[in-house]
Ligand binder design. Structure first.
Ligand SMILES: C[S@@+](CC[C@H](N)C(=O)[O-])C[C@H]1O[C@@H](n2cnc3c(N)ncnc32)[C@H](O)[C@@H]1O
Length: 322
């Protein structure tokens, strides 16, 4: 009976592909080792709760010799992703920033303190994340700079031409639709404003060549992480959508090599170390190291983002409103 209910819930999640549902009920459970929404505790406001895959180019990769430090290394790579977007946007003092899909607001605290923009407005569809984010902004004394709103990136509660920079850090694949967001981002940017995103897509069309069984499998797993089918784009489609929305200087810079293999290994380590901590006896450090060793040797097409979601590209997307 329980299993029937579990399967029904999973199918419902896959069909709905609803990010609010995913981030309210499922994130932690889905990626073992990540804190689930109920486990989020805010004391100082500086506890890190990043949700992105991490930019691992300059971060020590997780391997079978350092599994004990997976949490620390993962968080460092996740913060590096936020720095990469800030640098791409040439974020600096005086900038008025809109951040769409801010998670628990880690990136807003980091951008506010490191790059000193005049203000950051965050928009997020998940109420619990907005609540936690606001609490962190209050505790870190950033209320004068960061304002967090509940809402959708596809219907922004903002005026035309309000911002110098619009960010979407690993969130646009969820937006229903990403295309609507691009139009909204263009509307709220000032002339000369920059759109910068970290996002996943396909280098070339990987769907039409796949068999029916594979296509259904990808569809199921993408639904499970609230990635609607309408957002499954190739790089070429992405660039043409940016241009159609009015943007110029559109670019997709691949960082897939510095994201997917490393995060695949890190998640195996995180899962193992979490099991070791929460259910001692269910595994051993030796076993976790062996699993990580195997993950390190996976071919890229065996890694999670390829095999479940059929995504082989992870890019820094940037464009300008002239
Ligand atoms: C993968 S998480 C990334 C969070 C954060 N950028 C980080 O790096 O920790 C995706 C985020 O997008 C948000 N999101 C999904 N759909 C949204 C929408 N339509 N409008 C605004 N935020 C949305 C989710 O609530 C979640 O916070």
């Amino acid at each position: 009976m329980l299993n029937v209910r579990k399967v029904a819930t999973q199918l419902k999640s896959a069909v709905l592909a609803d990010p609010e549902r995913f981030y309210t009920k499922q994130t932690g459970a889905w990626v073992a080792g990540m804190p689930s929404p109920q486990d989020i505790r805010v004391t100082t406001g500086r506890e890190p709760y990043w949700i992105n895959l991490g930019y691992w180019r300059d971060v020590e990769r997780v391997d079978d010799t350092n599994v004990e430090r997976v949490g620390e290394l993962f968080r460092e790579a996740q913060a590096q992703m936020a720095h990469l977007l800030a640098k791409t946007a040439r974020l600096g003092p005086g900038d008025s920033v809109l951040d769409c899909g801010f998670g628990y607001a880690d990136q807003d605290l980091l951008w506010a303190e490191t790059y000193k923009p005049a203000r950051i407005v965050g928009v997020n569809i998940t109420p619990n994340q907005v609540r936690v984010g606001r609490e962190r902004v209050r505790l870190t004394g950033l209320e004068g700079v960061v304002r967090l709103e509940q809402g959708s990136a596809t219907a922004l509660p903002c005026s035309d031409g309000e911002f110098d920079v619009v960010f979407a850090l690993e969130s646009a694949m969820h937006f229903r639709t990403r295309r609507d967001f691009l139009r909204e981002a263009f509307r709220v940017l000032k002339p000369g404003g920059r759109l910068v995103m970290a996002d996943m897509c396909q280098k070339t069309d990987r769907e039409s060549g796949a068999g029916l069984r594979d296509r259904l499998r990808y569809r199921y797993w993408r639904g499970m992480i609230a990635f609607p089918e309408v957002n499954v784009w190739t790089t070429g489609r992405y660039l043409s959508e940016l241009r159609e929305a009015g943007f110029q200087n559109a670019r997709l810079e691949s960082i897939a090599e510095d994201v997917y293999p490393a995060v695949n290994t890190a998640l195996v380590a995180l899962r193992g170390m979490t099991a070791l901590e929460k259910e001692p006896g269910s595994t051993s450090l030796h076993q976790v190291r062996a699993d990580v060793h195997r993950a390190m040797r996976m071919r890229v097409d065996q890694t999670q983002w390829h095999s479940l979601f059929n995504c082989d590209e992870y890019a820094v997307v940037s464009a300008e409103k002239r």
